[in-house]
Design a protein around this ligand. Structure first.
Ligand code: ADP
Ligand code: GLC
Length: 480
């Protein structure tokens, strides 16, 4: 089974969110399961730096202008990777999608059209003599790959399109369509046109042979107006082609028994090291030594993540003797609101703005509860990392959060199946209720230890996701 895995970021070389973690772990898990998976990515500077043994596989002229484009073959994170070397599009430092001021690059439609176009060029085996059975494209940046494959017609690899976040769709003005070298009739309601604009996400959803998303819960939710971001009608019409496959945890990176970033390592049989991690986190972040629980946050700061609700419950959280340790970066209004909270509650609220991989590990290990009150969450990885580290996730009942955390109700605790705290309503009152339940459980340390043990024993390895993707590829293979 030959699979071309088309995406834009890979941990640790280039990461803006959970997508990079998935792109590092899933291809490796699929290769371990026997598939010949190869990555296709733009040659962003950070990826070129991390790539090993690069050699030129082919040179070609694209319809998007600029000098001729080279495709390099290298190894990235232990997986063969084709890198599209087109300097005028990709040789820009920093974030792959936006400039230093956070603005979309004006030629983004061309930059990511080239990614999809090169993916489709693999169909005839002219790149490196390697012809995939499946082209598996991820999120809107790769959304045109299924469209270019469909435009080729005839015998072609089957396409799978995975939605990691329907909230980002890659929308461009109608006049950009002329630059994309696609058949005229593709710009229609039954194509990639959406409310008069070019929409890369819609291209993926419309033209892919199969659609997957990153949890079963989100697969159901995106077919409803509440979570469908306007695509719910299209997704309902393709319901038979939509599957939810839960992401996993990369145990080589996120495991408290082997994590070199921690003050002391630990596991569910010997959880004592966690207390050292908590003490060390408190001292690093300037939090007072106290007997209450530490609530942690590691997150992008966007409205998706519902962290404004955390601001809303801070007075109560602090009043009941708990503390907040936050690491995040994103929307300026949220950043300054959390900074103001730190100034207001010295020693009880500590906020680190920015991106810090090591602190993320230390914070998840050192906190007692990890807050993920998202308005929507396709899968969410931090709550699964928190489970592994015995930091009980406090989450909203949406998407992948609902699929991975079991509420500490009296019955669940008694049955030893509770792993965290789950609330339903996206409101300060809803989150407050869950906070009170967490604090009540904290007052019974015996019960807390039971729930923590159950949390740490959860297994969210990538093997089961890899098995499900392989099954899906096999169903499609007759098409290939
Ligand atoms: P999303 O992809 O929507 O941001 P996920 O939970 O799937 O959410 O993945 C987030 C990833 O980014 C996790 O690996 C998390 O540890 C990491 N992360 C988020 N914010 C930060 C930060 N400020 N510093 C370091 N890592 C972060
Ligand atoms: C997106 C989603 C997140 C998911 C990640 C990896 O960034 O917001 O929920 O875990 O992709 O699939």
């Amino acid at each position: 089974m030959r699979v071309l895995y088309v995406s834009t970021e890979v941990f640790p070389a280039l990461k803006t969110g959970g997508l990079a973690d998935v792109n590092a772990a899933l291809p490796r898990a699929l290769r371990d399961a026997g598939a010949d998976v190869r990555l296709l990515l733009p040659a962003f500077p950070a990826l070129v730096c991390a790539a090993q043994g690069a050699r030129s596989a082919v040179r070609m002229d694209s319809p998007f202008g600029g000098a001729s484009t080279r495709v390099l073959l290298a190894q990235l994170a232990g997986v063969p990777a084709y890198l599209i070397d087109a300097e005028e599009f990709y040789a820009r430092p920093g974030n792959p999608y936006v400039d230093a001021a956070g603005r979309e690059w004006p030629d983004n439609h061309l930059r990511f059209a080239l990614l999809g176009w090169v993916a489709a060029r693999f169909a005839d085996g002219s790149i490196d003599g390697w012809r995939p059975d499946i082209v598996h494209a991820h999120d809107w940046h790769a959304g045109l790959a299924p469209a270019y494959l469909a435009a080729r017609g005839g015998e072609r690899p089957a396409s799978v399109f995975t939605v990691h976040n329907l909230g980002y769709q890659g929308e461009f003005a109608a006049e950009k369509f002329a630059d994309l070298a696609l058949p005229r009739d593709f710009f229609s309601m039954h194509g990639l046109e959406f409310h008069g604009k070019v929409n890369f996400m819609k291209a993926g959803l419309h033209y892919a042979d199969r659609i997957t998303t990153v949890s079963p819960g989100y697969a159901r939710e995106i077919q409803t107006p509440e979570f469908g971001c306007g695509m719910d009608g299209l997704l309902r019409s393709r319901a038979g082609a939509v599957t939810g496959i839960l992401n996993g945890v990369d145990g080589a990176i996120w495991n408290p028994a082997t994590d070199a970033n921690l003050a002391l390592r630990y596991d569910w049989k010997n959880p004592e090291g966690k207390a050292r991690c908590k003490a060390s986190l408190r001292s690093a972040l300037g939090l007072a030594d106290a007997s209450g629980p530490v609530f942690g946050v590691v997150s992008r700061l966007t409205s998706q993540k519902g962290l404004d609700l955390v601001l809303g419950i801070l007075p109560e959280l602090v009043a009941c003797g708990a503390q907040l340790a936050m690491l995040g970066a994103g929307e300026p209004e949220l950043e300054s609101a959390f900074q103001a909270a730190q100034a207001r509650y010295p020693g009880a609220v500590s906020v680190r703005l920015g991106y810090d991989e090591i602190l993320a590990h230390q914070l998840i290990a050192g906190s007692d509860v990890l807050l993920v009150p998202s308005r929507f969450e396709p899968c969410g990885l931090t709550q699964m990392y928190a489970l592994a580290y015995g930091s009980l996730p406090l989450v909203r009942r949406v998407g992948g959060l609902a699929d991975t955390v079991r509420d500490a109700s009296t019955e669940n605790v008694a049955a030893d199946i509770a792993t965290g705290f789950v609330f339903t309503e996206a409101s300060i009152a809803g989150l407050h209720g869950a906070l009170l339940r967490a604090v009540a459980l904290w007052s019974d340390q015996g019960q807390w230890a039971r729930v923590r043990r159950a949390a740490m024993q959860q297994n969210f390895g990538w093997e089961s996701a890899a098995r499900l993707y392989l099954e899906l590829y096999r169903e499609l293979r007759p098409l290939a």
